[in-house]
Design a binder for this molecule. Structure first.
Ligand code: ATP
Ligand code: MG
Length: 557
């Protein structure tokens, strides 16, 4: 069999397993989110890894909602998670909820009880914690540990039937209270909770614990490679123990380092705080690292897949520079985005030698990077706007933009020269009177003039107003949640959103739809916000043009 070259240690394991015919079935992975929040970029890494692995080695991937805790879960989250996975470009083979497996998990628990490997414990939570011991001293056996199989079967069934109050009993695995691995010291398997579950309602009043449920759900679905983050490495012996002792399908757990990104936080709990305490507008605020947030901001799914691929998988935790992600976003958008012109802070330019009622339609390429992107018309007249910051009355040396007496090229159009500056009574520049060089038209320039600066502009006669949201990093510190004694919210960047209300854009922009992405020349990549309408155009800046990642790379090279 011709297998694709493995490009990381997980793929090496997969290739080895295929070659050794460890499983009689195809590679089967799963993505197992708990529906207690919106997915973030860390989850995107896990999704790309699980689905990517199956795609590469001819396998399949399940989506499984880990809904074993009835308290925190919600259907709103379930729906957003499905939407996010599809948006990333993946299709799951089967959709499961861990709760679909509750009856089978119950049977597995009975198997363990019958083997004398699980018991019902009446100890209180405090007593159980005390019995645990410490990493350096062994634990104590519970006084209920040696109940007979018959008694355990009876009590467990009655737990299920709701005969005992919450907290009065638990089911524990009988392993080893002296194990150096604390997770093996008779871990809990089931607890009593009289709580309504978002799918099973009041059918159950006992709920399985994560370690027991997770591996056995993998086994029930025939998952061959169960990929999870490093903190579960110490749980692996328990994962294996449950599978071995129930005789379930031998799924195997493989751990990789979670994604940590600079200048943001990526735990659902912390993101929930930012949302609930109104530091951001909602789960899809474009400043958040949630998938709904970055989508609204204009990050293409392909850029996230490429990012996940570029960072690869590591066995040790590390911090990824967010500028690498921005670099991937830019690379993708550079290929796919049409270019438009927008003036963020307009100043009026009048071309005094251009005929009064004349309009010229310039034919311009939509995207010089993509010959198939077509052309559009951009109209030129004597009344234009340019960026206020592209003009200086008293410029320093080597200033290539416009100044009195200076010349620049207007993109796609003509070379102009500034002849006169008109000011208001406060002395502020109001208008620039310029002349154009008719022989200097772009594409047909016979003027022989050489100018260094090229400015973007819009035509006053047909440009339209728009609001632009400029986003900066949400935190001022690269690791906001890594400061002892300080709350991560102390590092919120007060200027993470700047709203520009006086922007003029070329008319083609009004026909773009929500999430369409494009470049504004010299300003960066943008997309249409979900709250935008033809009357009130709202545009998000996805990412600026300046690529600090390439700069870092060049310095290192
Ligand atoms: P959070 O801490 O944000 O709540 P979680 O790990 O509890 O995340 P789950 O819904 O349990 O979130 O995770 C679903 C899958 O996504 C798991 O397999 C988990 O390992 C993976 N995952 C979560 N966060 C990251 C991350 N930062 N990097 C890589 N994978 C992650
Ligand atoms: Mg979790």
């Amino acid at each position: 069999m011709n297998l694709p070259e493995p490009s990381n240690f997980i793929e090496e394991i997969v290739v080895k397993d295929i070659k050794n015919q460890k499983y009689t079935k195809q590679v089967h992975t799963r993505f197992p989110p708990e529906p207690n929040g919106y997915l973030h970029l860390g989850h995107a890494k896990s999704i790309c890894l699980n689905f990517g692995l199956a795609d590469k080695y001819g396998g399949i991937t399940n989506l499984r909602f880990d809904d074993t805790n009835p308290t925190t879960e919600d259907t709103e989250y379930v729906n957003s998670i499905m939407e996010d996975v599809k948006w990333l470009g993946y299709e799951w083979e089967n959709l499961y909820y861990a709760s679909d497996h509750f009856p089978k998990l119950y049977e597995y628990a009975v198997i363990l009880i019958k083997k004398g490997l699980a018991y019902v414990d009446d100890s209180t939570a405090e007593q159980i914690a005390e019995q645990k011991g410490t990493p350096t001293s062994p634990g104590k056996e519970s006084p209920y540990r040696n109940r007979s199989v018959e008694e355990n079967l009876d009590l467990f069934e009655r737990m299920k039937n709701g005969e005992f109050p919450e907290g009065s009993k638990v089911l524990r695995a009988k392993i080893d209270m002296a194990s150096p691995n604390m997770h093996m010291r008779d871990p809990l398997m089931y607890r009593i909770k009289f709580e309504e579950h978002h799918r099973t309602g009041k059918q159950w009043c006992i709920y399985p614990m994560y370690d027991f449920a997770h591996g056995l759900c993998d086994a029930l679905e025939g998952i061959t490679h169960s990929i999870c983050t490093l903190e579960f490495e110490v749980h692996r012996p328990l994962y294996d123990w449950f599978i071995e002792n129930t005789g379930a399908f031998p799924s195997q757990q493989i751990e990789f380092a979670r994604l940590n990104l600079s200048y943001t936080v990526m735990s659902k709990r912390k993101l929930l705080q930012l949302v609930n305490e109104k530091f951001v507008e909602g789960w899809d605020d474009p400043r958040l690292p949630t998938l709904s947030g970055v989508r609204r901001r204009g990050y293409p799914a392909a850029a996230l897949r490429n990012f996940a691929h570029t960072i690869g998988v590591a066995k040790r935790d590390n911090l990824i520079d967010i500028s690498l992600l921005e670099h991937c976003v830019r690379e993708e958008l550079n290929k796919t985005s049409n270019r438009y012109m927008a003036v963020f802070d307009p100043i009026k330019v009048t071309i005094t030698n251009y005929p009064d009622n004349q309009t010229e339609n310039l034919i311009v390429e939509n995207n010089p990077e993509d010959p198939n992107a077509g052309h559009r018309q951009v109209s030129f007249s004597k009344n234009l706007f340019i960026e206020k910051e592209d003009f200086m009355e008293n410029p320093p040396k080597k200033y290539f933009r416009l100044f009195p007496g200076g010349m620049v090229r207007l993109k796609h159009a003509y070379i102009i020269q500034c002849n006169q500056v008109i000011k208001n009574e406060k002395g502020e520049v109001q208008e620039l009177l310029c002349t154009y060089i008719p022989e200097s038209k772009s594409g047909n320039d016979t003027s022989g003039l050489k100018v260094k600066g090229t400015l973007h502009w819009v035509n006053e006669n047909d440009c339209i107003p728009a609001t632009i949201h400029l986003y900066d990093r949400l935190f001022t510190d690269p690791q906001p949640d890594a400061h002892d004694g300080k709350d991560f919210k102390e590092f919120i960047n007060p200027n993470s959103l700047v709203v520009l209300k006086n922007v003029k854009v070329e008319p083609a922009v009004q026909y773009l739809k929500t999430l369409d992405t494009f470049q504004f020349l010299r300003h960066g990549y943008f997309c249409i916000d979900k709250n935008s309408s033809q009357k009130n155009i709202i545009i998000n800046r996805t990412v600026a043009l300046k690529d600090s990642w390439s700069k870092i790379q060049n310095q290192e090279a």
